[in-house]
Ligand binder design. Structure first.
Ligand code: GDP
Length: 468
């Protein structure tokens, strides 16, 4: 009503040292959705402010320009003063850093100021398209701000995710009434899941695809895939959308005449589909049991970072043979695919349709798990607890201590452990930790990448030398 504070737009302040790309980010954020440009009372030309609307939520985005870093500008003091005021009024801060440069002392200064400020901080690591950024970006996780979003503003990459994270952290009263958060969550889940159905010839891939496409409540349309001869099928099931990739490859198995080649071709076809997929359904013939070839195909999925489900097909031919038979098959599967202990197994029949609904549910679940992001604080608490009881084993002699950790990526979930020594974790310890993470956070059916980095001060030292 007349209450000014309630109607005031929340203020999001963009800070970062010079040349991190603040203006580019500012322009991308304001331009991402028809920005309403209006001069804001109380701001000067030194502090640029613009209203941004994202998915029904509006906020004022303020660029603090030259607040941090030296300037030749005679008006610099004024800029700093205005910037400081803007910062103090912030409901949320977007702290922009340069992934290509890595962490420099000026960033630490800013981090210190922001911590003292107390407003929530979203850390955006820019210029991630640069190869050098891939390693250096990790240094920024040690600030402990959460979330960390990796972006390439010049290319428009990651800006939508950044906006999403910003809006999610604004005071709830400012979020648009017509679009509750729950709806946004559903929207996120509705994103298409790409599924590769792969396996040796004659295990029943095309029968299974045809069965899935005939499933009750399924709506199907065929759409061109990425390559000339690839055809995808879009399958809408409940509120989810699955894209079965490369169905043409499935329906025309082995155009090659020589029997030995057919097997090799099926791995190539599988590899091509897997490269485009979120989840791979590796179809196995339940009558024959798992073979080396099955394991080779499943291995492709694991290496590609796909989610994996093992579907033992032709279950109609096996199920009457007793529970022992089922157990024996599962044991054989686990034995043959030791490295895939995380992949759920489902017994299906393309012929009768048995448990194909369950298969669709599993695909959805695995796709979600592959997109899980564990908050940094929670992850650190967990890893600290685990490594206290079971100290990490490295490959060298020195004791390994995990100083902090962060999940740096999803699809597949990637977790970086920053340690006191440069080492690799012992294979068995890595496995142990991955399994614990999987159980505790629900990473069902997805590979987890674990990276170990020595906590680096390299950039800091280098920048100090340069300054002197
Ligand atoms: P693909 O080469 O992997 O695509 O295999 P197909 O779908 O062409 O199936 C190979 C053979 O297995 C065909 O004769 C199918 O009828 C048969 N088949 C597929 N799925 C099942 C099933 O669930 N049960 C039984 N009994 N036969 C199946």
């Amino acid at each position: 009503m007349g209450d000014k504070s309630a109607s005031r737009l929340p203020t999001v302040v963009l800070v970062g040292r010079p040349n991190t790309g603040k203006s580019t980010v500012f322009n991308r954020m304001t331009g991402a959705r028809r920005a309403i440009v209006s001069p804001t009372p109380g701001t000067t030309r030194d502090v640029i402010a613009q209203e941004v609307e994202w998915r029904g939520t509006s906020f004022q985005l303020v660029d603090t320009g030259g607040l941090f870093g030296a300037s030749e500008d005679p008006l610099h003091e004024l800029v700093v003063e205005h910037g400081r005021r803007a910062l103090e009024a912030a409901d949320l801060v977007v702290f922009l850093v340069d992934g290509r440069e890595g962490l420099v002392p000026a960033d630490e200064e800013i981090a210190k100021r922001l911590r003292a400020l107390g407003a929530p901080v979203v850390l955006a690591v820019n210029k991630m398209e640069d190869r050098r950024a891939r390693d250096r970006a990790m240094e920024f996780y040690q600030f402990g701000f959460d979330p960390v979003i990796e972006i390439a503003a010049e290319h428009g990459i990651g800006v939508a995710e950044l906006l999403h994270e910003v809006v999610a952290r604004l005071p709830a009263s400012h979020r648009e009434r017509g679009r509750p958060a729950a709806e946004a969550a559903v929207e996120g889940r509705l994103r298409e899941v790409r599924v590769a159905i792969v396996g040796r010839p004659n295990v029943g891939k095309s029968s299974l695809v045809n069965r899935l496409l005939r499933e009750e409540r399924v709506m199907v349309s065929e759409v061109p895939g990425t390559t000339r001869d690839a055809v995808d099928a879009l399958l809408r099931w409940h509120r989810r959308e699955f894209r079965i990739v490369d169905t043409a490859g499935i329906r025309r198995p082995g155009r090659v005449a020589r029997a030995g080649d057919i097997e090799a071709v099926s791995v190539l076809v599988a590899r091509r589909a897997i490269a485009r997929a979120d989840v791979a359904v590796v179809v196995i013939d339940a009558v024959e049991g798992p073979t080396d070839q099955d394991a080779a195909i499943a291995g492709e999925a694991d290496r590609a970072g796909c989610g994996v489900i093992l579907a033992a097909n032709k279950w109609d031919l096996v199920k009457d043979k007793g529970a022992d038979r089922a157990r024996a098959l599962d044991e054989a599967l686990r034995l043959k695919m030791k490295f895939l202990d995380y992949a759920p197994v489902v017994h299906v029949s393309a012929r009768t349709g048995e448990r194909t609904g369950r298969l669709l549910e599993l695909i959805d679940k695995v796709a979600e798990a592959r997109r899980l992001r564990v908050p940094t604080a929670e992850l650190n608490r967990f890893v600290e607890a685990v490594t206290t009881v079971h100290p990490p084993a490295g490959e060298g002699r020195r004791a390994v201590r995990v100083l902090y950790c962060a999940q740096t990526a999803i699809e597949p979930p990637t977790i970086v452990l920053f340690t006191n020594v440069a080492t690799k974790l012992h294979f068995s310890y890595e496995r142990f930790l991955i399994n614990r993470l999987r159980e505790s956070f629900g990473f069902v059916g997805t590979p987890i990448r674990l990276l170990v980095r020595r906590r680096g001060r390299r950039q800091v030292a280098r920048a100090d030398g340069r300054a002197g």
